[in-house]
Design a binder for this molecule. Structure first.
Ligand SMILES: [Zn+2]
Length: 253
């Protein structure tokens, strides 16, 4: 927490009119659901540095919210019914790590996914809270290892997709469908959508820098009042550009 505290102090001092959480709140971050993200800090520091130099902030720095790019490793979303089949009656998922989107968490619980040739992926993380459908999101590399041929789908659009068997400590759950590679996408709230001049369902590009620089096309725009600006790519995509905390990323229309 030492670094974060000093950063927070920095932009409370430098950006008193712009910071959206104060020093005292930072001290309490560890017990809060969402800790301050590196990109949030960088975004504010960058704005402060430009202001101090008396220079105009470049367009990406003027965005209302910082751009966070996160890699989604393979995971599943489950209904409460599926959770109870796998972990026992009335079992509730236990949050292990809170994600950047408010209220979303990686659960302590994991399951084993059995593929068609009896190959398995163990320790498949469940993301909570429970949803109204069961969905497993894999990278293509995971699917190849399992012997699946999986379609590229928007999250939630699982009609006609392959199913599979999940194993938990207290039982099995058979999914009739729902195993997909999730389309790369960006979460944003209406304020972000207005800044980037896009609407829900539009496509954008994510430009990554560094020695493995790549531009990802076909980045699906998802807009909701509850969303924080965040790009989700999978492990194949993240590894292909060697995505690291200091990798430059830019969202363009
Ligand atoms: Zn997402």
């Amino acid at each position: 927490m030492t670094d974060i505290d000093s950063f927070c102090k920095f932009f409370v001092d430098e950006l008193s009119n712009k910071c959206f959480f104060g020093f005292d709140e930072c001290l309490n971050m560890e017990v809060k659901p969402n800790t301050v993200h590196r990109a949030v800090v960088e975004h504010l520091v960058r704005q402060a540095v430009y202001q101090r130099m008396g220079k105009s902030v470049p367009s990406t720095g003027q965005s209302p919210n910082p751009l966070v790019v996160n890699v989604s490793a393979r995971h599943c979303h489950l209904t409460q019914e599926a959770v109870e089949s796998l972990f026992g009656k009335n079992h509730q998922l236990t949050p292990m790590k809170w994600l950047y989107q408010d209220g979303q968490f990686a659960a302590k619980e994991t399951v084993t996914l059995v593929g068609p040739r009896s190959r398995v992926i163990s320790n498949l993380r469940i993301l909570g809270p429970c949803r109204t459908l069961n969905q497993v999101e894999l990278a293509y590399t995971d699917a190849i290892a399992l012997g699946f041929d999986i379609p590229l789908r928007q999250s939630g659009k699982i009609e006609g997709t392959p199913g599979g068997m999940l194993m938990g400590p207290e039982g099995f759950f058979e999914m009739s469908e729902g195993i997909i590679r999730a389309e790369r996408h960006v979460h944003m709230n209406p304020e972000d959508a207005a800044f980037y001049n896009v609407s829900a369902g539009d496509r954008m590009k994510l430009k990554t820098g560094g020695p493995c620089a790549v531009t990802f096309d076909e980045m699906l725009v998802r807009v909701d009042n509850s969303f924080k600006l965040e790009v989700h790519i999978d492990t194949d995509e993240g590894n292909s550009v060697n995505l690291k905390p200091d990798t430059p990323c830019e969202l363009v229309k």
